[in-house]
Design a protein around this ligand. Structure first.
Ligand SMILES: [Zn+2]
Length: 136
């Protein structure tokens, strides 16, 4: 499956494997597994720590670019800049939390697909190929 298809699914907050099940059942809470295909969302303890790379990285890039742009192109006071970007640093991550997890799941699902997704018919890792090799 292509990375863009997986990314599209997770940015719509849907299961990366089937695209049908919802990733969240509340603003911050996720079900253990997909309601449609049974994919276990948290693959191992601490799995979602990787989403912090997206979460904090995107926030830091936006704040840095905005601060530098406003400081160079306008005469906005440092106090106004500090208060407005400080508020952004609190509000944006709360909104972006779910999408950061979606981005992380898309990346992880593409880089290291679950075992049942790897075993597609005709692929090198499929059980039928292994059986053929054993029977020779
Ligand atoms: Zn699913």
């Amino acid at each position: 499956m292509s990375f863009w298809k997986i990314l599209g699914r997770t940015l719509r907050l849907r299961c990366p494997q089937c695209g049908a099940g919802r990733l969240f059942d509340g603003w911050f809470s996720m079900p253990r597994q997909c309601e449609a295909c049974g994919l276990k969302f948290e693959r191992e303890p601490g799995y979602f720590l990787g989403s912090i790379y997206f979460h904090d990285g995107v926030t830091a890039i936006i704040v840095t670019v905005t601060a530098l742009t406003l400081m160079m192109l306008t005469d906005v006071s440092e106090r106004t800049l500090l208060i407005s970007l400080g508020a952004f640093c609190v509000l944006f991550p709360a909104w972006f939390f779910r999408y950061a997890r979606g981005l992380w799941m898309a990346w992880d699902h593409f880089a290291d697909p679950p075992q049942n997704a790897k075993a597609m018919p005709g692929s090198a890792a499929s059980p039928s190929t292994e059986r053929t090799a054993i029977n020779r």
